[in-house]
Structure formats: structure tokens, C-alpha cells
Design a binder for this molecule. Structure first.
Ligand code: LLP
Length: 421
């Protein structure tokens, strides 16, 4: 459930008409619903009730510090994969002991800064990283709590570009080698081995791959305890999918996902961490864009909108489906027309949807892309020298710009001419 619904014939974000935001900030823009973000966090919290747990929101999904502050204020931890994300979490007021550092390519500089600022744990992804982290920790005079991210060789049954748990993916330490690497870690003076980490992919719409992965984590945990490690925390990653086509998709509910956790590892005496990103932020955001032109082609009609692939890259990158709805509610029984919805960028990949049944939307009319709160704004760029689009937060009947649209001067003046030109 989210808070983007028609009221009096106009799409609203909570209590605010999307037309009002558009009139104030111009199009295109992202709009997020605070109530939806809060609700999604609570749903996870309830799903893990009764187990000692921390929900570490995956900052990569939507890293605006207003979003991070909303979640941090509810008690969320943060899962970060770069120093930049770490500094954002800190800027949002999240203490270091609630921030988990994941990612396969952490640099020495990142490690050093994060160790100084405070961290809950590192999720270590390789033997070379382990050696470097140990060295940096010893230089810094600290002992760093770690898990090893293991690769369980489980098929997440999701899009190939976001599956991470098969042995041919770049992520984690092959589970078959992990006991040996744990032994190496256990002997290091700068390292405190506290747990096991796994993350098998994103947008999972089936619970069975989670179950298979968590059972492997269970088996490994038992072996590691036999080997003398004090395993007390399990980080089970993120990945639970959301409905993108709202009319006909029903991915598993967080409650059922929580039940899988309870059944597989709930009795191990470990603190449970999860790292959801998409499910928290995805359906808490829309992207709103104006139709520039209705263009009739040869046997096909185009809706050319003012947002483009640089603003929302998911359709171009993953062939992702986003529901696209007019901001003015169409009359009941209005005739639909199959159109291609495209942006102004100069490549054919800048296509949001093909043959999408849409009610008529006149030039200048507004349409909203649903489920755009996760992996939307964070993946945007200035390709074609298009200013990054603003982000707006709505709460009840108020809204605020939480990242403004840069001016053309700001964008262009970042470039510097060398003195010889
Ligand atoms: N933890 C780790 C270590 C991750 O790599 C990810 C996502 C998550 C947690 C959060 O997963 P989620 O709950 O959001 O599924 N840009 C792609 C998604 C990339 C996901 C990368 N890792 C997309 O737009 O579909």
C-alpha cells in the first residue's frame, strides 16, 4: 500500500495534489511520501518481531538525507557501500554503531575514515580485502567487527544484472572456501569475527531462494561455531521484490519473508540484520513528467515526455516495467490507445514503455511513473546536459524540495578550462 491515490480526480501524494507540486517546482521531479516510507520500515520491523534484529536500510536505493533521517529517526540502521553513502548516513544523524559497510571494493582511504567515524561492522567480501582491513585497523589502533559475505551459489531467479548469489557473480567468498577464510580472519589481531553475511540479489519475487540461502548460512554457522568462532550476528541482506505492475503482481509479503527467517535461522541465538532497500523506498516515490508532444508515427504513436533515461534508467537498463498513470484521473470508460512513452534523449534506448495502453494525455499534461522511489534519483545523471531533477518530500498536506534542480550555470560552471585554452 502506498499514499499515491486519486482524490477529486487528481493524483495526490498523501494530502498534496501532484498538480500543485508541479506548478511549484516544474517538471520533471521525484516526489516521496513520508508516510509510505515509515510504513514500509514498520512492516519489516513487525515481520522480525520477537527476534533480536536491526533493519539496516540499503542506502543505495534512495540516499537523500531527508529519506535517511526519516528512517534513522525510526531506529533504522544503514547499509552503505561507499564512503559517500557513509557520510550521508552520518549527515542524517545515524550513529556509526548502526551503520554496516558492505561492498566488494572498499579502499584503504574509505576504511580509514569509516573506522575513525565509527562503524557497526564491515561485511568483508574477499581475502585481499580482509588482509587490507586488518592492516588498516591495526594502524588505526582498533579491532574491527566483521562478517564475511559468503556466496551461497543460489539462483535468486531475478534479472541477471541484479542477481548476486551465484558462484559466477563477483560477490562474496565462495561458501565452500569460507571456513578456511574464517580461520584466517580469526587469527588476525585487527579483526573480530562476529557473524555471517549473505545477499543473493534484488527484486526477488519468490521466497524459496531466500530459504535455500539462509539454510546454507545456518549450516555454515554451525560449522563455524564448531571451529571455535563466536558467531552472534547474521546479516541476511536485502532483496525482497515489490509489485511494479500493480494490477497483476503480488510478490511475497515482508511478514512471510520474516517467517522464512524465523524458520531457518531464528533459533540460532544470533542477532538478525536485514538490508532492504527497494521495498522500503520503491513504492514510496513517483516520478512526475509532462508530455511535450503527442507524435503520430508510422503505425505507432509516441508520447514524448520531459523525463528521460538519465532521470530514470531502470527501463533502459533492466527492461523494467513502471506503471505510468495520468495525473488527472481519466474518465471511466475512456478509450485507451497503445503508445510508446519516450524521453527526449538522443538514443532509442530512451524508451520507458512500448505499446502501453494509455488514456489520452494532451501536450502539457502530466503523467506519473509509479514505484520510482528506489533506484530512481540515485541512478540519475546529467547525460545530454540535462539538469538532475529535483526531489520533493511530502508529509500530510505539506511538501518541501529536498534536493533542488541545479541551474544551468551550476551545471556548466563545474567544468574548468585548462589555462592553455
Ligand atoms: N544489500 C546489498 C549488499 C546489496 O547489494 C543490495 C542491492 C541491497 C542490500 C538492497 O537490495 P534491495 O532490498 O533493494 O533489493 N539498480 C537495481 C538494483 C540494484 C541492487 C543492488 N544491490 C535496480 O534498479 O533494480
Amino acid at each position: 500500500m502506498d499514499h499515491f491515490i486519486y482524490k477529486d480526480g487528481v493524483l495526490h501524494a498523501e494530502g498534496v495534489a501532484v498538480t500543485e507540486i508541479a506548478a511549484s517546482v516544474g517538471t520533471p521531479f521525484y516526489a516521496y511520501s513520508q508516510a509510505t516510507l515509515e510504513r514500509h520500515f514498520r512492516v519489516f520491523d513487525e515481520a522480525l518481531a520477537g527476534m533480536d534484529h536491526l533493519i539496516c536500510y540499503a542506502v543505495k536505493a534512495n540516499s537523500n538525507i531527508a529519506v535517511l533521517k526519516i528512517l534513522g529517526d525510526l531506529g533504522a540502521g544503514m547499509d552503505v557501500v561507499s564512503l559517500g553513502e557513509y557520510l550521508r548516513a552520518k549527515a542524517a544523524g545515524v550513529p556509526g554503531d548502526r551503520i554496516v559497510f558492505s561492498g566488494i571494493g572498499k579502499t584503504r582511504d574509505e576504511m580509514r575514515t569509516v573506522l575513525q567515524g565509527g562503524i557497526r561492522q564491515f561485511n568483508v567480501e574477499s581475502e585481499p580485502e580482509l588482509a587490507v582491513l586488518n592492516a588498516v585497523a591495526m594502524e588505526s589502533g582498533v579491532v574491527v567487527p566483521i562478517t564475511l559475505r559468503v556466496n551461497p551459489d543460489v539462483d535468486a531467479k531475478t534479472h541477471a544484472k541484479i542477481a548476486t548469489g551465484k558462484s559466477d557473480n563477483k560477490f562474496g567468498i565462495p561458501i565452500a572456501q569460507s571456513r578456511r577464510v574464517y580461520a584466517v580472519a580469526g587469527a588476525m589481531d585487527g579483526i573480530d569475527v562476529i557473524g555471517v553475511d549473505v545477499h543473493i540479489g534484488s527484486q526477488l519475487t519468490d521466497l524459496e531462494p531466500f530459504r535455500a540461502a539462509f539454510l546454507k548460512v545456518r549450516e555454515l554457522t554451525e560449522q563455524l561455531r564448531e571451529d571455535g568462532h563466536n558467531i552472534r550476528r547474521l546479516d541476511l541482506g536485502g532483496g525482497l521484490g515489490i509489485p511494479y505492475a500493480h494490477s497483476n503482481e503480488a510478490p511475497p509479503l515482508p511478514m512471510d519473508y520474516g517467517q522464512v527467517i524465523r524458520e531457518t535461522v531464528g533459533d540460532m541465538g544470533c542477532e538478525i540484520e536485514i538490508e532492504p532497500g527497494r521495498l522500503v523506498a520503491g513504492n514510496a516515490g513517483i516520478m512526475v513528467t509532462s508530455v511535450i508532444y503527442n507524435k503520430a508515427g508510422e503505425g505507432r504513436d509516441f508520447l514524448i515526455v520531459d523525463a528521460a533515461m538519465n532521470d530514470l534508467i531502470r527501463p533502459a537498463m533492466y527492461d523494467a516495467h513502471h506503471d505510468i498513470i495520468p495525473v488527472i484521473e481519466p474518465a471511466v470508460g475512456v478509450e485507451l490507445n497503445a503508445v510508446d512513452i519516450v524521453g527526449p534523449v538522443c538514443e532509442t534506448g530512451d524508451t520507458f514503455a512500448k505499446h502501453r495502453n494509455m488514456p489520452p494525455v494532451a501536450d502539457g499534461g502530466l503523467v506519473a511513473f509509479r514505484s520510482a522511489g528506489a533506484y530512481g534519483a540515485v541512478m540519475s545523471s546529467e547525460y545530454n546536459t540535462r539538469p538532475m531533477i529535483p526531489e520533493v518530500l511530502v508529509s500530510g498536506d505539506q511538501f518541501a524540495v529536498i534536493r533542488p534542480r541545479p541551474s544551468y550555470d551550476e551545471m556548466i560552471n563545474r567544468d574548468k578550462l585548462p589555462e592553455w585554452l
